[in-house]
Write a protein that binds this ligand. Structure first.
Ligand code: DX5
Ligand code: ZN
Length: 230
């Protein structure tokens, strides 16, 4: 199980120290890039990514929650992106956008908001490395997982199985000890977690518990459901 902590939930006043505390335990670092248009929040840009690139030796997982993502491919590649994920809702020419990212080197992902169906992936899913299923409405950390997305994760895994594809399912938003086992059971292989990691009293331990939340081994309370959960 891969964990990609979202620095959105970290203390920006000591960001490098926060990352250093968990670097040993994770595979990648998730950067939530928000422009205040596609989502009602603004976070950080290529400059912050470039400054951390010099010091942090992890896969940089860039989640573009921006209008006009095509304008941001080069700046984030230059800043050190290893994976760039774009929202299907932000591009009229998704196939071309994916091709541009791939020809420049990084891995490529496509993200779906909770209400967005899998249909839009039909003719490009075989071109991507990751499908990011948003398990909250994008824009803010510390939200509760939307249970309505779990069946979508299951359907996505079925498509991948039937078409014999080898891409990863990444989930993002409200992932913690109580929700991790459910999304893993549905097919997630990369867990983005911000609050559950950086707001934990022991972030390293929080990551290890998420990693061990395999099918059936619930990290948290067996009966718990996500706040919006059924
Ligand atoms: C939403 C963001 C969050 C963040 C992680 O736009 O993408 O999902 O990464 O959020 P929490 O704090 O719920 O793990
Ligand atoms: Zn994200």
């Amino acid at each position: 199980m891969k964990i990609s902590p979202s620095i959105l939930a970290a203390d920006f006043s000591c960001l490098y120290q926060e990352i250093s505390r968990i670097e040993r335990e994770v595979d990648s670092l998730h950067f939530d890039i928000m422009d205040g248009h596609f989502v009602p929040n603004i976070t950080f840009g290529p400059g912050l990514v470039a400054s951390l690139r010099k010091k942090v030796n992890l896969l940089f997982d860039i989640h573009l929650m921006v209008d006009n993502p095509q304008e941001w491919i080069n700046p984030f590649i230059d800043a050190g992106a290893d994976l760039i994920t774009v929202h299907v809702e932000t591009s009229l020419h998704l196939e071309r956008l994916i091709a541009i990212i791939k020809e420049k080197g990084p891995k490529v992902g496509v993200a779906l908001n909770p209400a967005t169906s899998l249909q839009g992936l039909e003719y490009i899913i075989s071109e991507v490395d990751v499908v990011l299923a948003m398990t909250v409405n994008p824009g803010f950390g510390s939200q509760s997982l939307l249970s309505s997305v779990v069946p979508k994760i299951r359907d996505l895994r079925e498509i991948i199985r039937k078409r014999k594809l080898s891409l990863e399912i990444e989930v993002d938003g409200g992932i913690n000890q109580d929700t991790a086992a459910r999304v893993i059971e549905a097919g997630a292989s990369i867990l983005v977690a911000g609050t559950a990691v950086f707001n934990a009293s022991d972030p390293e331990k929080a990551i290890l518990r998420l990693k061990n939340s395999q099918k059936g081994e619930l990290g948290g309370n067996k009966n718990s459901t996500a706040k919006n959960g059924s």
